[in-house]
Design a protein around this ligand. Structure first.
Ligand code: CAA
Length: 294
């Protein structure tokens, strides 16, 4: 199964993706050429899709072509029935140093508005129903911070550098930073960060609840943790996982009463799935559930 997945899924070029990690843990691994220019895609473990931003010369700056590739890879993982969780990561030095400033510099209001500039960035938050983990090492600035915040879970190294420095460029966050960072850290701290353009560390991200886990090591240790969590998520009923992500996300949009009612309805709906019967029967029989994902 794992070998089949690995041969179907892809790694390209070589930005030190998982090869060292995999050789350390002794996992079989094979790769095939990918059509992508700016990202690598791999399946480090069954059920886990990994997207590595790979534009080292620009510290993974998020140009339109980069996002097109990210969205394409996300859509492929979303369609792939064997994938249960996705990880997005960058390099040791940069998760992503922001939207591509050189692409943005010449834009006019008219071109940005007419082309709905960076609207495709919302694909991840709006259309990807499988859980996505951001594994952040190095810089996650501007759009890089926003990309991490769009993911469902953030893991980072203690030395990671987050920030919304757009104010220093005469602009403001445009990829959801003013909304998602504010929900993550509260209004006063978000105001301070966005109005001063001050960075914050991975350690602070953990203390403030932006990151779920802070790893005291480098990218390799970080990825190891992210993969473990993705594997755990991918081992559960895929239908229950989709439902769990959906209800947690509703908490960001609905009132508490509406959110609790929404959750209850989805909870009721899951009694119509095979996996609810499989999960509860397996518990009663003291067996490991074999999910049908239906
Ligand atoms: N866009 C385009 N190119 C970028 C970039 C970006 N966001 N960030 C870095 N690069 C490029 C640099 O121009 C440089 O390219 P050249 O070698 O061709 O000059 C290369 O990446 C390496 O960068 P540095 O030499 O600057 O590396 P450093 O280690 O000295 O500094 C850094 C690292 C502090 C991250 C610095 O690169 C930096 O400040 N980058 C910009 C960060 C930023 O302002 N991000 C917000 C962008 S705006 C935005 O994201 C809007 C939005 O909300 C959608």
């Amino acid at each position: 199964m794992f070998a089949r997945r690995c041969s179907r899924l892809v790694a390209s070029k070589t930005a030190v993706p998982l090869t060292s990690y995999l050789s350390r843990v002794g996992r079989p691994y094979s790769s095939a050429a990918s059509a992508y220019e700016n990202i690598l895609t791999e399946t480090p473990k069954p059920g886990v899709g990994l997207i590595t931003l790979n534009r080292p010369k620009a510290l993974n700056a998020l140009s339109s072509p980069v996002f097109k590739e990210i969205n394409d890879a996300l859509s492929k993982y979303e369609e792939d029935k064997d994938i249960g969780a996705i990880i997005i990561t960058g390099s040791e030095k940069a998760f992503a140093a922001g939207a591509d400033i050189k692409e943005m510099a010449p834009l006019t209001f008219s071109s940005a508005f007419s082309n709905n500039f960076i609207a495709p960035w919302s694909h991840l938050a709006n259309n990807v129903r499988k859980p996505v983990i951001a594994a952040v090492s190095g810089y996650a600035l501007g759009g890089g911070c926003e990309l991490a915040l769009m993911c469902d879970i953030i893991y980072c190294t203690s030395k990671a550098t987050f920030g919304q420095p757009e104010i220093k460029l005469g602009t403001i966050p445009g990829g959801g930073g003013s909304q998602r960072l504010t929900r993550a850290v509260g209004k006063s701290r978000a105001m301070e960060l966005i109005l001063t353009g001050k960075n914050f560390s991975g350690k602070e991200a953990g203390e403030w609840g932006v990151a779920a886990k802070v790893v005291d090591g480098g990218k390799e240790e970080l990825l190891e943790e992210a993969i473990k969590t993705a594997e755990t998520i991918a081992s559960y009923s895929k239908v229950a996982v989709l439902a769990a992500k959906e209800v947690v996300n509703k908490s960001q949009e609905l009132s508490l009463k509406e959110g609790v009612e929404y959750e209850r309805r989805i909870f009721h709906a899951l009694f119509g799935t095979r996996d609810q019967k499989i999960g509860m029967t397996a518990f009663a029989e003291k067996k490991k559930p074999e999910w049908s994902n239906e």
